[in-house]
Design a protein around this ligand. Structure first.
Ligand code: ADP
Length: 167
């Protein structure tokens, strides 16, 4: 059984096999959690990302963690919220699913996610939490080598949303 739990904290401090980055399509760094991850990992992360040639929304790509305590970073690109009728939930679910699939494919056991798309990309936090928890539950049922998934919330509000859904 995979353990799913929610914590409040800074994802860059977590000592897990992989932290997931809510990146943009260039994979060259940005604001929010993306900026924090690049700042903590050091310039070698950006160098490695440059070789990846970008990433489509809903896809995921892996790099090393460089100066982070996490050994890997999984970069995924969430949907930009445009009212909910433009396939946003499918793309967001795909981010979580593809990240878990990539982690399992590399033999990783512990993965931490931020609240993808709910910052600059404007996805309503409660809808995003519904999608995230459902998609992760589905993905770990398929990839049983994943031992633990952490939803790393940056606010008490997000932590409340995830705590409710995981109860
Ligand atoms: P997006 O562009 O996908 O919306 P953002 O980085 O703007 O990405 O926001 C995604 C989420 O990441 C937000 O909930 C934001 O509060 C959170 N966040 C920002 N910095 C960190 C951090 N260091 N650790 C964990 N979560 C963070």
């Amino acid at each position: 059984m995979t353990e799913l739990r929610a914590i409040r904290g800074d994802i860059t401090t977590l000592d897990v096999d992989a932290i997931v980055n809510a990146a943009n399509e260039t994979l060259l760094g940005g604001s929010g959690v993306d900026g924090a991850i690049h700042a903590a990992a050091g310039p070698e992360l950006r160098d490695e990302c440059r070789e990846l040639g970008g990433c489509e929304p809903g896809e995921a790509k892996m790099t090393g963690g460089h100066r982070l305590p996490a050994t890997h970073v999984i970069h995924t690109v969430g949907p930009i919220w445009r009212g909910g009728q433009h396939g946003e939930s499918e793309v967001l679910a795909s981010c979580y699913r593809e990240s878990i699939r990539l982690a399992a494919g590399h033999g990783l056991a512990t993965v931490a996610f931020p609240c993808i798309s709910t910052g600059t990309y404007g996805y309503p936090q409660d809808y995003a939490a519904d999608v995230a928890v459902a998609a992760v539950r589905e993905a770990v049922a398929e990839h049983r080598s994943i031992r633990e998934v952490i939803f790393c919330c940056y606010s008490d509000y997000d932590l409340g949303l995830y705590t409710e859904r995981l109860a």
